[in-house]
Design a protein. Structure first.
Ligand SMILES: Cc1ncc(COP(=O)(O)O)c(C=O)c1O
Length: 368
């Protein structure tokens, strides 16, 4: 039994005293929100760090997803994955769009490009894939399908902060990419999110939409929402960015320690990366296979009994929740790979402050 509970994640925070000067500036200026100086600085800093052209900051990732769909005027049906956090599909329902669930690839657990075409209907207008666990989707094949059928692609990149694929930042793929800066994420602003936009015109539309549709004092061009990030969150983001490389290095070391420690354990499959050039080690998912002496539920409970609060991301599948399960595409027979993964997965604790001894204690429980 470990002394202190170990949770699946623990947010990275800067030193409190480092935040004070930023707060003093905010108190002095009285600029609390609405595209203030820290907001502008963070947008600029994130563009440089992530290697993207334009970023629009948001109050959280979910409002950013809802707004991304509004930005491109997506309607009808959107193809998406059932193997994700509910916000992915919820953003479709908030836009009165019907999700079309498509099964996932057994290796990456991302949307399976081989199965997308068969799910396209005359009502389909877009694809919303997820870079699950920060592992890039097959962006080239997805783009090719989208181009052939005249569909838009909006990536839910909530897990993919800092990830680079063969062509640089994975966030440059698709028409828009949406990030989350929630407390559980690799980079957090307590709550927060962003839309990565390819050009100034799109960024401008997003900026209007996240500010009630206001263009100026008297002109409103769309039924926009309030999705603005506050100066407090933006200031925190600027500080968090200073510690991000060190945090990613620590995550990388934990990932390596798990892989080494679990390499010979029969029935425990560590999900491999998806060939990314730069990974972010956002999660450490394992699949508990029949050769393991315990089933997934028993192992999950054993970990809890020993103070290790791992999580079953992503179980249940989104398609099994009441607001989705009536859809034809939600049938288990349509989603065999996702259903199997959801029944086998456990995400082990991974976060920068997790010590090597703590990782060993988790490994020990899995091995014994
Ligand atoms: C895949 C995915 N999409 C969307 C979200 C929603 O982001 P937020 O919590 O910032 O609204 C999350 C996480 O919270 C997520 O994991």
């Amino acid at each position: 039994m470990t002394n202190k509970p170990i949770y699946v994640t623990q947010p990275q925070l800067p030193k409190l005293e480092e935040l004070i000067p930023y707060l003093e500036n905010i108190w002095e200026s009285k600029i609390l929100t609405n595209n203030g100086p820290y907001h502008q600085q963070l947008e600029q800093a994130l563009c440089e760090y992530l290697g993207v052209k334009h970023i629009a900051l948001f109050t959280n990732g979910t409002v950013a997803l809802v707004t991304a769909l509004q930005t491109l005027r997506i309607t009808g049906e959107v193809i998406t994955t059932p193997y994700s956090f509910v916000a992915t599909s919820h953003s479709l329902l908030w836009n009165a769009i019907k999700p079309g669930f498509v099964d996932i690839d057994p290796i990456t657990l991302n949307l399976d490009p081989d199965k997308i075409e068969a799910a396209i209907t005359p009502q389909t207008t877009a694809i919303m894939p997820v870079h699950c666990y920060g592992h890039p989707c097959d962006v080239d094949r997805i783009q090719k399908i989208a181009d052939n059928y005249g569909l838009k692609v909006i990536y839910d990149a909530a897990h993919a902060f800092g990830v680079q694929c063969h062509s640089g930042s994975v966030l440059n793929h698709g028409d828009l990419s949406v990030l989350s800066f929630h407390a559980t994420k690799v980079f957090n602003t307590f709550e927060g999110g962003a839309i990565v936009c390819p050009d100034t015109k799109t960024k401008q539309r997003v900026d209007h939409l996240k500010n009630f549709g206001f263009v100026d004092e008297t002109i409103v061009v769309a039924p926009g929402i309030n999705g603005k990030m506050s100066e407090f969150n933006a200031a925190l983001g600027l500080l968090q960015l200073k510690g991000i490389d060190e945090a990613l290095q620590k995550r990388k070391a934990i990932d390596a320690q798990y892989r080494e420690g679990l390499a010979g354990v029969k029935g425990i499959h560590c999900l491999s990366d998806a060939g990314e050039k730069v990974a972010n080690y956002a999660h450490f998912p394992i699949l508990v296979r029949p050769e393991y002496p315990l089933n997934r539920e028993a192992l999950y409970q054993k970990l809890r009994d020993n103070g290790i609060y791992a999580r079953r991301y992503f179980y249940p599948l989104i398609s099994d929740f009441p607001m989705y399960r009536g859809l034809a595409s939600a049938a288990q027979s349509n989603l065999p790979v996702a259903s199997k993964a959801a029944s086998e997965v456990i995400c082990l604790p991974i976060y920068p402050a997790l010590s090597s001894e703590q990782v060993d204690s988790v490994i020990e429980l899995l091995v014994s």
